[in-house]
Design a binder for this molecule. Structure first.
Ligand code: ZN
Length: 1011
């Protein structure tokens, strides 16, 4: 499979998922001699394209080559994965935030039924696994001894799910029939490998032969695994289709209508041996092209086919070339393609950009010719890494996806050597403007790995597929594997690499290699100890980072180079010497730990660089270079860059952009944002935003500096930081500023599993507010005001635990605050339930707070407030208000939903002792308008309403959820009504709004934009 776009998926939090799949992980290694079972299938299947279902008869010949006597066989009934929300597929999709299946209509779901297993013609007992209805246990009537065989037969019926869910399905009358028949699980050296169908995580199946007869209405074009048997008439018909397709000059991409089905049917029969799966695809709209390619080593002739609709016909018309190139290059590097046919079909699948099956692959929407070539090549390439080298994809996904991605990258570098990261934009204005023209295409794989690795949030390449976060499944399994294999090839040289891969292929094709088998094969054929590769790169998240510390020139013309291994892997290193921008010397050194002085033989050098060719997966390339002359031998020139760029180790990057802001006192502010933090994340990051205030003719702005440590153990991240800000908060009697300085410590605790949905964090801050105040001498008219600074200090500690869930997210946090006049504690909890429609659902919030130090209970400005905080009540200056000190007018109605978070404002319910409140919000059913109902209920220990329950309720217009929301009160408790009357408030004055301008922080905006 190929993800639709590697590394471009949004960062995802994942629900911890307790898979009950002990069986899919190798049990204690039994250390048995290698064996493999043989399973041969004969299936007759008939498609009903009116009801989108099929019925079939299946005969399985099962040959027990294991040394064990079997009394039962696990059978996969994978179409049942689409049956209901209880299946592992449904649960894992939901856990990863994908609610499409969870909320799908009954008609879009699918299942398998009418199973009636017979063994050697005798009815057999079987049962579905509890909680895993896509696996069953089939009891053998008699024990199956080693070397014996049985015949299993069953009819079956499948309702085909919507093709929008996962790999099997139909979109209208376009059919993608995959993982569709009852199939024995693999029994191997590790025992039974029964695995539920999953979206993230692929398969493992026994080798054998297939003889499949498929009946469809006559006008369907059908592609399948294997060679057509007795198919002269059909092949003639396909050749006619090829002629018609070749004659088309423009494909009408808007015409995707289905012609009506012929009343007559046809039965096509396909046979193939030495495969472990069979898939078929049919569509009445398909255009067909056909080609031929001779394999490089054995000169075996392979017929290549492509079948496609009008949708991207303009791209597919050239795709036979991609098929031929893919078959040719993969054969050349890994060993020849032995089958007679290789087909790619155009289909709309939801599991990714494409999906592989033996001899046939299905490709999603591509968008451009390069992408189509790459996806076709990747999927065709799976005929080697999965098809012939039948590793366990669920447990060792790197052995198929990763090794295949390495070949995919090699294909791109061979066929498109000039290809850059941002493609055709690289050498244009965009590439130059954003300083991206130097990045090779391979950077796509490197970045996908580095985004997680830079934060130590990467995962070892060798893990079961379902343990990965979605980001790491792409970034580690696919991309890191591609990059580290490329590194291995740079070390061994292409010739040795090819020999080693071919030796592996020769030894293990049509078999089930384990990681140890691959390692043994590689070490044997290269004659090298590859511990650094297998133990370091594959099995761990250890990082590679060499640093160059000095360069001493000897009179004999050679150099001594000081190298320090700052990483944890002693992989080989490449050092290049550069003179006049040309590489004049290159040495490959075997890796080492700690420090070493290396000899470099070339005399005339301007600078040395570790990995000038960028072939090593270095976590930090900023310490790879040393100049031979000058004072600042390791400092790179500063590069000012508008908006941002990728990390460029050859430059000291400083990003900038113009910024503007407004509040009632500073009026318009204009300035510059300066920052160094884009991707990947850096340890030391800063963001500075000095602005000139037109209202006060003074400096205002914001800044933040952080240093982040991401240790391997104990903590996920530890960030030391300091935040500062300065803005005006009043213009009367003269312009007055507040200055805030807040050093802080943020800790994110290590998750039990990286894809766990729970996040535990601790934040400790010291907040110092120095604000302008004044003293007035009222003996004079007008009075004379004298400026006086006022300093206030607070400590603030928050523990928070959040649980990510696509439907029911929740969090709870505990806060302690201390200042000169108070110590208080509070607890805030959120729970929400989302309905099917976006942003629809209900939310509940609970708050309880209490002063701890009751002797200073009269905490004045720091009281808990049932009505949340207005600008003047935000004593920590944590939120941004348009009119912080306003007491009337529209600006005074901005509030923050802290404390009691009542939407109705009243000074009632301020408390110097304790407070508790419940806030509810619910969307109104299916209405398109962003209208919510809200209700608040609460009480306080002191204040005017001592111990009375107060409430409000009304309508909330949510212009942007959690950003800009307006509250119209409708129902108020009697105290509020009395207060309103007493103060003669008009209705308009009681409408309040939240405007969370912290979300408008330009640094956050650009950070969130980048992925
Ligand atoms: Zn793949």
């Amino acid at each position: 499979m190929r993800p639709s776009k590697i590394g471009h998926k949004k960062t995802m939090k994942k629900l911890f998922y307790t898979l009950f799949l002990s069986a899919c992980l190798p049990n204690a290694l039994l250390a048995q001699a290698y064996f493999q079972q043989e399973v041969n299938y004969t299936i007759q299947v008939k498609l009903d394209d009116v009801k989108s279902e099929f019925t079939a008869e299946e005969k399985i010949e099962y040959i027990n080559n294991s040394p064990t006597t079997l009394t039962f066989i696990y059978m996969h009934l994978w179409p049942n994965a689409y049956k209901d929300n209880s299946t592992p597929m449904a649960q894992l999709m939901l856990a990863s935030g994908n609610t499409s299946f969870y909320y799908s209509k009954e008609n879009d779901r699918g299942f398998m039924d009418q199973i009636d297993f017979k063994i050697n013609d005798q009815t057999a007992k079987w049962e579905l696994l509890k909680d895993t209805i896509d696996i069953c246990k089939l009891y053998l009537n008699e024990p199956l001894k080693s070397g014996d065989k049985i015949i299993i037969t069953t009819p079956f019926h499948v309702k085909i799910p919507s093709g929008k869910i996962s790999r099997m399905g139909h979109i209208g009358q376009s059919y993608q029939i995959t993982q569709w028949y009852p199939k024995p699980a693999v029994y191997d050296r590790n025992g039974w490998n029964y695995i539920p169908y999953l979206n993230q995580g692929e398969f493992y199946s026994e080798f054998g032969s297939f003889d499949v007869s498929i009946t469809v209405p006559k006008n369907y074009v059908l592609g399948a695994t294997g060679d057509m048997v007795d198919g002269e008439k059909e092949l003639e018909w396909l050749d006619q289709k090829v002629k018609e397709t070749e004659a088309i000059t423009t494909f009408d991409s808007k015409d995707l209508s289905f012609p009506s089905s012929s009343p007559e049917t046809k039965t096509l029969r396909f046979k193939q041996s030495n495969v472990h799966d069979f898939a078929w695809f049919c569509d009445k709209r398909y255009h067909v092209l056909k080609g031929e390619i001779e394999t490089p080593h054995t000169k075996h002739k392979v017929t290549t086919w492509v079948m496609f609709t009008n949708a991207e016909g303009y791209l597919w018309k050239n795709s036979i070339q991609y098929m031929n190139d893919a078959v040719y290059y993969y054969s050349q590097w890994n060993g020849d393609y032995p089958y007679n046919n290789c087909t790619a079909v155009d289909g709309t699948i939801s599991a990714g950009g494409g999906m592989e099956y033996p001899n046939i692959t299905v490709i999603g929407t591509s968008g451009n010719a390069f992408q189509l070539d790459v996806v076709i090549t990747h999927e065709v390439g799976h005929n080697w890494f999965y098809g012939m080298l039948g590793s366990n994809e669920r447990s060792h996904a790197w052995m198929d996806e990763g090794m295949n991605s390495f070949n995919e990258n090699r294909y791109i570098e061979t066929k498109y050597p000039e290809k850059k990261l941002i493609g055709r934009f690289a050498d244009g204005k965009i590439g130059k403007w954003f300083d991206l023209s130097q990045y090779k295409h391979k950077s796509e794989y490197e970045l996908a790995y580095l985004i997680s690795a830079a934060k130590n949030e990467d995962q070892p390449i060798e893990l079961p597929a379902y343990k990965y976060t979605e980001l790491n499944y792409g970034g580690d399994v696919y991309s890191k594997t591609a990059v580290v294999f490329d590194y291995l090839m740079a070390y061994l040289g292409e010739e040795k690499m090819d020999k080693a891969m071919q030796a592996y292929f020769n030894e293990w094709h049509f078999k089930h290699p384990l990681p140890e088998d691959f390692r043994k094969s590689m070490e044997k054929s290269t004659g090298k100890d590859l511990s650094w590769f297998f133990d370091g790169m594959i099995k761990s998240t250890k990082k590679l980072d060499y640093k160059i510390t000095f360069a001493h020139h000897h009179p004999d013309g050679t150099w001594d180079l000081g190298i320090k291994n700052k990483g944890q892997i002693n992989g080989p290193l490449f050092i290049q010497g550069i003179k006049n921008k040309q590489v004049v010397g290159e040495v490959v050194y075997d890796g080492f730990n700690n420090k070493k002085t290396l000899t470099f033989p070339v005399s005339e050098i301007d600078f040395f660089k570790i990995d000038f060719g960028e072939e090593m997966p270095e976590i930090n390339r900023n310490n790879n270079k040393i100049k031979t002359k000058g004072i600042f031998k390791k400092v790179e020139p500063i590069k000012f860059q508008f908006l941002g760029s990728l990390d460029n180790p050859n430059k000291t990057q400083l990003f900038w952009m113009p910024v503007a802001g407004w509040n009632n006192y500073n009026k318009w502010m204009f300035g510059l944002a300066l920052y160094n933090n884009l991707i990947p994340q850096k340890k030391f990051e800063f963001e500075l935003m000095p602005m000139y205030s037109c209202g006060t003719n003074d400096l205002s702005g914001y800044g933040r500096i952080t240093y982040t440590i991401s240790p391997e153990q104990g903590l996920q991240h530890l960030t030391f930081g300091i935040t500062g800000s300065r803005f005006a908060y009043s213009n009367a009697p003269f312009n007055m500023n507040f200055n805030k300085i807040a050093p802080e410590l943020n800790i994110e605790f290590k998750k039990s599993e990286l894809n766990s949905p729970y996040r535990l964090r601790l934040k400790v801050r010291n907040i110092m507010i120095i604000k302008d105040s004044y003293k007035g001498n009222y003996e004079f008219t007008p009075p004379i005001y004298v400026k006086e600074p006022l300093t206030n200090n607070f400590s603030d500690l928050t523990f928070s635990l959040s649980k990510y869930h696509a439907i029911q997210p929740a969090d709870i946090s505990l806060n302690f605050q201390g200042g000169q006049k108070m110590i208080k504690a509070s607890i805030t909890a959120h729970y929400s339930y989302k309905y099917k429609e976006k942003n629809k659902g209900f939310e509940a919030r609970f708050f309880a707070g209490s002063f701890i130090n009751t002797t200073t209970a009269d905490a004045g400005a720091y009281r808990f407030r049932l009505s949340g905080q207005t600008g003047s009540q935000d004593y920590l200056y944590d939120n941004i208000y348009l009119g912080r000190s306003e007491s009337e007018g529209v600006l005074s109605n901005q509030f923050t939903d802290t404390d009691g978070a009542f939407k109705y404002y009243s000074p009632l319910g301020q408390s110097s002792t304790w407070i508790t409140a419940l806030n509810l919000k619910s969307s109104l059913g299916n209405m398109k308008l962003p209208i919510n109902l809200f209700a608040d209920l609460g009480t306080t220990g002191t204040g005017l309403t001592n111990d009375k329950f107060l409430y409000d309720a009304g309508i909330c217009i949510s212009l942007k959820k959690n950003f800009f929301e307006i509250y119209f009160p409708i129902l108020l408790s009697q105290d509020f009504i009395d207060y309103k009357k007493a103060n003669d408030l008009k209705y308009a004055e009681t409408i309040r709004f939240t405007l969370n301008l912290n979300l408008m922080n330009p640094f956050d905006l650009i950070r969130n934009f980048k992925l």
